[in-house]
Design a protein around this ligand. Structure first.
Ligand SMILES: [Zn+2]
Length: 65
């Protein structure tokens, strides 16, 4: 399985957009669980790391380049 590289502060796109219509999320916590915050409405969700990697489509904006 392909591992996706992401880091704290990155903006990522998920496979499904948030109901508010935005599909850009900021990674605000990493570890065994990953917390992301919707860039459109500031709603945040916590996902297990594996679940996050499965649902994440790509990194839109990386803070580490
Ligand atoms: Zn939202």
């Amino acid at each position: 399985m392909e591992r996706k590289a992401f880091a704290l502060g990155d903006i990522v796109e998920m496979k499904k957009a948030h109901p508010c219509g935005t599909n850009a999320w900021k990674v605000i916590r990493t570890g065994a669980d990953v917390r992301i915050k919707c860039c459109g409405c500031d709603h945040s969700v916590m996902l297990a790391r594996l679940e996050f990697e499965r649902k994440m489509k790509k990194v839109i904006e990386s803070t580490t380049e």
